[in-house]
Design a protein around this ligand. Structure first.
Ligand code: DX5
Ligand code: ZN
Length: 228
């Protein structure tokens, strides 16, 4: 199984964002996870398409835009134009989930749904053919540095079962991403439960950075993940 590690720049130094994304790419990151918060869908406010456009020339790896905004649709063309490769959103924040997924794909990006800890997986049932990514939140969205919610583990296993059944019936591949509280000491369990794409914010940018480039923590995350 291919494992992808996606450091969340929510915990990066925003005053040096270009350097920060170059450093994680050099340390082996597979994606830049880009958290968009609007002080409406979630009680925090972060970054938008202009910042996405500003970091785009600094890295070759994909930019994984996680929209924690309501409404969703108007931002999709802006992020696609700003260089996003993946756009995920919360189904509660869109009136027409199927239409929003299609809109993301029509703009040339991979599309994904994000499930909050209390959001049932059944919401993916009738849109499986439009999903490139299923993202399970393992914290309530809005802040970095929160503790991993353990009930995400059986939920991941159930999401993995649904995705594998979809693929076994001739469906397209769907990545299973997890976001929140992923650390060097729980990543193996999370991968064993079925995740293939791991977001890590404070675990990466808050790690002791003796090598000045996050190489040690990225290597440890990957080693522990592949030892699951
Ligand atoms: C939370 C964000 C996460 C967050 C993860 O709403 O979606 O991406 O940055 O941060 P950690 O890894 O510190 O829990
Ligand atoms: Zn996120």
């Amino acid at each position: 199984m291919t494992l992808r590690i996606a450091p969340s720049i929510l915990s990066a130094d925003f005053a040096r964002l270009g350097q920060e994304v170059r450093a994680i790419e050099a340390a082996g990151a597979d994606l830049v996870h880009f958290d968009v918060m609007d002080n409406h869908y979630v009680p925090n406010l972060t970054i938008g398409p202009l910042v996405c456009e500003a970091i785009r020339p600094h890295v070759k790896i994909g930019i994984d835009v996680h929209l924690m905004v309501e409404p969703v649709d108007a931002l999709i063309p802006l992020f696609a134009k700003a260089g996003a490769n993946i756009i995920t959103f919360h189904p509660e924040a869109s009136r027409h989930v199927d239409r929003t997924l299609q809109l993301i794909r029509d703009h040339g990006c991979k599309a994904g749904l994000v499930f909050n800890p209390a959001t049932p997986l059944g919401l993916m049932d009738h849109v499986m053919d439009k999903l490139d990514v299923v993202l399970l939140m393992s914290v309530n969205p809005g802040f970095g540095g929160q503790a991993f919610i353990p009930s995400t583990l059986p939920k991941l296993t159930e999401a993995r079962r649904r995705i594998d059944a979809h693929v076994a019936h001739g469906g397209q591949p769907i990545w299973l991403e997890v976001d929140g509280g992923v650390k060097v000491d729980n990543i193996a369990q999370i991968v064993a439960a079925g995740a293939d794409t791991l977001v890590a914010g404070s675990a990466v940018f808050g790690a002791p950075d003796n090598d000045g480039g996050y190489r040690t923590v990225m290597k440890t995350l990957r080693q522990n993940a592949s030892n699951s």
